[in-house]
Design a protein around this ligand. Sequence first.
Ligand SMILES: [Zn+2]
Length: 394
Amino acid sequence: MFDLRDLAALIQREPRDVLSVILDVDPTKPENQTSNPAYRIWTHSAFSRLQETVPEAARGTAEESARRVLAHLTSGQPHGEGVAIYAAPDLWRVYTLPTSVPNRMAYGRPDLLPVLWASRKYQPYLVVIVDRKHAQIAVVDGDTVREAAESTLDLNTAEWRFESGPVTATRQTGVRISRSMQADSFEAKMDERIREFWLETARRLGPIADGEHADLVVISASPQAGGVVLNHLAAPLQGRVVGIEPLYDHVSLHEVRERTLPLALARRRELQAEGVAAVLSGAAASARGVNGRERTLTALLEGEVQILLAGRDLDGDVRECGRCGYTTADEADHCAACGGAMTVEPIRQVLPVLARTHGAELRVLDPDVGSGLTGELGGLTRYTVAAPAESQSE
Ligand SMILES: [Zn+2]
């Protein structure tokens, strides 16, 4: 759904002349169904307010970008429930979001938090539907779903009968025994072939998950088939199975998505909450967690943060040194590092580039999960070996 290389280029982009427009375009909302939908009215008035904060020299190009955005919104109902548009004289990107997000507009560095949030929350996941003779692997990617692989067990039972010899009908009692023994071995052979089929299905999942950048798997099968598939998944994937659902029989791919998406979203929410809990317990034990804006920014600038956690709807400003890039939540006029002049920057537009520059992975959380962190910002720091004297002497 999202080209992450594209996002990386946006994060690092200079100059800071991007108009970001994030809109709730949910077509089921009555206010978006009128001839002049609410998101267009909002864009118009939000730009009038924003324009006053844009540096005078850049107002012409900002206005040109706003005109392009409005023209795009007039050309037809946008796809999806949310949309994020990034516009500059040499830039035009439109990201469809599978869920609605609050309206936002910004100028300068791109405001990428809603897209980064959606790219993780709606990351592709796999659904494997498997019974005794048929296996189907589907990829749910944002608001789309498609088949990635399909296979049918070809049981050549005619051949088995030939191998085990024809049943001869005689009146001897021994025949009944041998007939039942043959039935047993037939059943056993059949069960074995079916089990192999399930193992093969499990083996196919790993490469498909890698290729599709899928992070989760939902298994739809009988408890027996589901158990075999689960037990034979490669280790990293095995830990990412959301659950074994009952077998979806005669269910369209669209319905497969409808049934499984809530499970995937709930699992990702749990994973987010686990991250927040790890920050809080780590911060309390002064171990691997940093909580709150000032502590987290300090650790981030020192390269200590491995995973940076931020709420999607994070707001507020930081001060950034125009000379050395030092960034702080303090209201300082001059840089503590070099004495340079500080400018006021929205924290949400600064975070992605800071994370990138200082080697942290930015994970954008659901708003109500992110609010568990002080100031909706925290981080998990790298594990450091506690022997500073020795490591310095080397
Ligand atoms: Zn500085």
